[in-house]
Write a protein that binds this ligand. Structure first.
Ligand SMILES: Nc1ncnc2c1ncn2[C@@H]1O[C@H](COP(=O)(O)OP(=O)(O)OP(=O)(O)O)[C@@H](O)[C@H]1O
Length: 250
């Protein structure tokens, strides 16, 4: 079976236990190709843990995970996956051009022309040192570095958290347009439910290390049709987050 026929992520009874207990338990889900997936859950729900197991940096304690059909081996990320976190590990002393050159030297499938086009679209000067850029500009460079790899799955762990609302909106819109055009599957973790509205077409909602809700947004909304106040993705997610919170308090 080719790369494109395997779903980007398949998890079966996946679990991760740290010294303090289970961070993720009995996680069974598929992330279908081409979707923009919202990964939602309160602090400590297990979102980063799930992403860590997709990258292979974290080993499962139980169950199984495959990424495009392969079991992550911990020896580096799957070539078809790019990962962007809030930390955006860019070298501040590098210029933007040097940063892209670094991307070229460390990624076999690197597309220099595409990465340059993304930087140009963002109007970030190639000669500027990364350390002198604004948060929004740095995010655009980090995004060019991630997309220049030509990934099939792009994972974003709260990458917009340090941006102002306008920059968030611009970066998110650009990102989604780019990924939809290229057919890239996106797994986007965010605490800002409103900004996922109209952007994400699939939802994975975790609470207390368990999958509470998963599926295409259309289908989930249809399944809750007729329930007032559950007409939108953000409302649906909020209602499940509240239920989990109330369950914990009871
Ligand atoms: N290295 C670690 N050692 C011990 N416990 C950990 C470790 N990493 C995460 N945990 C715990 O696992 C649970 C899930 O953490 P995780 O970071 O996956 O949650 P999250 O949903 O990404 O949270 P946030 O929204 O705050 O980023 C938390 O209880 C956390 O304290």
């Amino acid at each position: 079976m080719g790369l494109r026929e395997h779903p980007p992520v398949v998890a079966e009874n996946l679990g991760k236990k740290y010294s303090r207990g289970w961070a993720l338990r009995d996680c069974t889900l598929q992330i279908p190709a081409g979707r923009i997936v919202a990964l939602v859950g309160p602090n400590g729900a297990g979102k980063s843990t799930l992403m860590g197991m997709i990258t292979g940096l974290l080993r499962p304690t139980s169950g199984r995970i495959t990424v495009f059909g392969d079991v992550p081996n911990g020896r580096g990320m799957h070539a078809a996956v790019a990962f962007l976190t809030q930390a955006k590990p860019l070298y501040p002393q590098f210029t933007v051009a040097e940063t892209l050159r670094y991307g070229e030297s460390s990624n076999p499938g690197w597309d220099q022309a595409y990465a340059e086009e993304l930087v140009r679209k963002a109007q970030v000067p190639f000669a500027a040192k990364v350390g002198t850029l604004s948060g929004g500009q740095r995010t655009r460079v980090a995004l060019a570095l991630a997309l220049g790899k030509r990934p099939r799955l792009l994972m974003l762990d709260e990458p917009l958290a340090d941006l102002d609302p306008l920059a968030r909106e611009t970066v998110l819109r650009t990102l989604v347009e780019e990924c939809r055009t290229q057919g890239i599957t996106v797994l986007l973790s965010s605490h800002v439910l409103a900004e996922l509205e109209g952007v994400c077409d699939h939802l994975v909602l975790l609470t207390d290390g368990r999958v509470r809700l998963v599926g295409d947004v259309d289908e989930l909304l249809r399944a809750h049709a007729g329930q007032p106040g559950l007409e939108r993705l953000s409302q649906l997610a909020l209602s499940y987050l509240r239920q989990a919170e109330e369950g914990r308090a009871a």
